[in-house]
Design a protein around this ligand. Sequence first.
Ligand SMILES: Nc1ncnc2c1ncn2[C@@H]1O[C@H](COP(=O)(O)OP(=O)(O)OP(=O)(O)O)[C@@H](O)[C@H]1O
Length: 378
Amino acid sequence: MARDGNRITQLRLVDFRNYSSLTLDVESRFIVLAGDNGSGKTNLLEAVSLLTPGRGLRRATYPEMANLTGSGGFSVRAGVLDEQADSVDVLTMMRPDTASGPQRQVRIDGTNARSADELLALVRLLWLTPAMDGLFTGPAGDRRRFLDRLVLTLHPEHGRHATDYERAMRSRNRLLAEDRRDESWLSAIESQMAETGLAIALARAETVHRLKAAVCEGFGAGAGFPIAGLELASGYGPVDLSRAAVDVEDEVAGRLRSNRPLDRAAGRTLEGPHRSDLLVTYLAKSMPAALASTGEQKALLIGLILAHAELVLATSGIPPILLLDEVAAHLDAGRRAALFDILDHLGVQSFMTGTDYALFSTLEGRAQILSIANGSLT
Ligand SMILES: Nc1ncnc2c1ncn2[C@@H]1O[C@H](COP(=O)(O)OP(=O)(O)OP(=O)(O)O)[C@@H](O)[C@H]1O
């Protein structure tokens, strides 16, 4: 049974995209945003996606999010029920006058958040957007980012490891490029890369391992969402990550040391979790997901998200919040009804968009249906 936490109860936007001002009391676990093309449906989801660290579901810059005719800044404020079902006030904003460049500030109950971990521990959030339709055919970096979002909902510290790893890797690349043979400095950086890089790789591996089981056993499979086969390429080539952590860390640090000439010549670090990939197959047809039809790829992706929601629920007792942009339109009536029933059963709070109300008719009585036009609720 899901607990009553991890839920948004109110949203207030100021100067965000095409919303100059919006206040919305969120009264349901199903929120349907219906409206014409360009009305502001995805913008609202994007605002909600800023309740986790990062640049949101479009990966836009913060100045792009500020209303073109507004002050130059924006704010998104949310009332949130945390995992203990206590009310928390989350405010994230970009000031118009930031001298040090556009940055996003986060305040939780009026106090500046010290780190991204605080937000991650407060809100578990995932999204599915039309831009992710090419996930299986696109670059590995997109799949890594997708996987990392899944990992973050189970391991909030994953984000800090990723930031620390990236920072250390940039320092190492710079030292190698400048040909500075400062052995102790390089070794210290490589040790840090080995430690944080392995933490990243192991968190990903554990998530993929558990997700594989959830995909096969979950509700999605029974409801006709195809089962995805999942394998993870760690980015560490032949290194066996299943051995004792201290041995693997030594081996990885040793490989970084011996790869210095190669990495210097390439101008980048050639091994590590930044080269990892999530390999997805369409099991029923024994083919890479990239070869499946557009509709099949979408169904695979939805199946993965549903399995992950079940996994988060099984792990924490609380399902993630889902932002599902234009998902219903791609599903036939049977699968659409099955999707809604699974979300209902899991107790997921889901924000869904569509241009056509009819797509959500089976949610009548269960959903808060909002009509949007030109950045306003009508
Ligand atoms: N910074 C901004 N300031 C003002 N308007 C913006 C800004 N950024 C985007 N917009 C506009 O917001 C409008 C709504 O965009 P949004 O992506 O939310 O539409 P949508 O309702 O999801 O439409 P669709 O059904 O076509 O996906 C668009 O007309 C877009 O040009």
